[in-house]
Design a protein around this ligand. Structure first.
Ligand SMILES: Nc1ncnc2c1ncn2[C@@H]1O[C@H](COP(=O)(O)OP(=O)(O)OP(=O)(O)O)[C@@H](O)[C@H]1O
Ligand SMILES: [Mg+2]
Length: 410
């Protein structure tokens, strides 16, 4: 049997924690069977490598391996994605299509974020797990398939069952062999090792010397809560690698990167279904902000409309321009054009400070964009076109500056 060290090497798994080793050992032992495996653990602990380990050590290793992120597929299409559909079974189904369970016959399917499956899909999944049978959407013909299922979740499923979001029978069926990946805060002795690995990777990537930690900073890193686990450690190491010029990292430097670093190291409850309290990845954070902005903009539009309607004697021009602003402003554009993001955020913040007086908001918002462009030009002039220095002066990243230069055609 392949030893645990070579599995770690092959899949880039760093760490020597006993629970981690036990998880890898379970994966190795269960791999040659056809048993269903459920991998649980908080977000960012490293679940993704496990279904690959299992597939590669199984007799199915030459068959297909399909990873499906159940949380990323819209509810309306998930049944068709997983089980296929017949021509004409719904609007837009111009052709019949095989689903993953048909395509992965003799292989492995990894159902990531399995707790996100709609309950109706859970019923279909249970059936295929129990009998190997399923039907395409819009068909009554039973199809047989031979697929091994490995699922993963960062949600506390027993809790989801209580809330009626997850079927108990499916949980028992999926959880035939449970593999639990421990959170990083419970594997303190791995933290420094991971930090060193990531620093050396990023040093190579960005052509910089490797970061060093002094004793105190190392202790701080090891005592941190790491709610976002290894993903968070990796992100923070990358940020420090890029930003800090001095490669010897002290607690003072580190503190700037660790959110709520002063908070006591209290045990946290494992509740994955809401990501509250967990460090968001940059993209998640961006989406969150965008959604909040979208809501606020709708609210702003509503208030502006009211102001216009209530205004007894508005000058005709002003009213026209206000109405035009409202109809021109399509908040959906925010989602399509990410380059508008920062400017819009500024507008939004500014708007919040105003007393919701339509015309003033409009004027202020537009001038902000102009002012931003002017400032960028000035900073570039001052630093003779050196972007790095200009970005520093402006207090934005070089990447953002680069984007804005392109955007404003500077
Ligand atoms: N033991 C490890 N050694 C090195 N890198 C790791 C280890 N575990 C995880 N990582 C890295 O951390 C990041 C997060 O891991 P992964 O995507 O597997 O998390 P996850 O458990 O699937 O989280 P989520 O539930 O949010 O999907 C990845 O970049 C992965 O490469
Ligand atoms: Mg994952």
């Amino acid at each position: 049997m392949v030893d645990i060290q070579s599995i770690k090497q092959k899949f880039g798994i760093i760490g020597n924690d006993e629970m981690l080793n036990r998880a890898i050992d379970t994966a190795r032992q269960v791999a040659p069977t056809d048993l269903t495996v459920l991998i649980s653990g908080e977000s960012g602990v490293g679940k993704e490598a496990f279904p690959q380990i299992i597939h590669s050590l199984s007799a199915r290793k030459h068959g297909s391996y399909i990873a499906v992120n159940c949380g990323a597929i819209p509810e309306g299409t998930i049944d068709s994605e997983l089980f296929g559909h017949e021509k004409g079974s719904f609007t837009g189904a111009h052709e019949a299509r095989k689903g993953y369970f048909e395509v992965a016959n003799n292989g492995t399917i990894f159902l990531d974020e399995v707790a996100e499956l709609p309950v109706s899909t859970q019923v279909r999944l249970l059936r295929v797990l129990e009998s190997g049978e399923f039907m395409r959407v819009g068909s009554s013909k039973v199809i047989k398939t031979d697929v091994r299922v490995v699922a993963a979740t960062n949600v506390d499923i027993p809790e989801a069952i209580k809330k009626g979001k997850f079927r108990q029978d499916l949980f028992y069926r999926l959880n035939t062999v449970p593999i639990i990946i421990p959170p990083l805060r419970e594997r303190k002795e791995d933290i420094y090792m991971l930090f060193r690995k990531f620093s050396s990777d990023f040093a190579a990537k960005y052509h910089m010397p490797i970061l060093q930690l002094d004793q105190e900073a190392r202790r701080m890193l090891e005592d941190f809560r790491w709610d976002g686990n290894i993903r968070q450690l990796k992100n923070i190491t990358e940020q420090i690698s890029i930003i800090e010029k001095d490669r010897m990292i002290t607690p003072d430097t580190l503190r700037r990167y660790l959110p709520r670093a002063g908070a006591p190291n209290l045990p946290v409850l494992y509740s994955g279904d809401e990501k509250s309290g967990i460090e968001f990845t940059e993209r998640e954070l961006l989406y969150k902000v965008l959604f909040e902005m979208r809501r606020d903009i709708s609210e702003l539009k509503r208030i502006l409309s009211e102001v216009i309607d209530e205004n007894q004697h508005p000058s005709e021009n002003l009213q026209k321009s206000q109405k035009k602003f409202l109809s021109d402003f399509d908040e959906d554009q925010l989602f399509e054009a990410d380059h508008t993001f920062e400017i819009s955020t500024n507008r939004h913040k500014k708007a919040e400070q105003e007393d919701y007086e339509g015309a003033e908001i409009l004027e202020e918002s537009l001038s902000l964009t102009k002012r931003e462009e002017d400032l960028i030009r000035k900073a570039l002039e001052k630093h003779h076109g050196k972007r790095k220095a200009a970005a520093e002066e402006l207090g934005i990243s070089e990447r953002t500056l680069y984007r804005k230069i392109k955007e404003y055609n500077i």
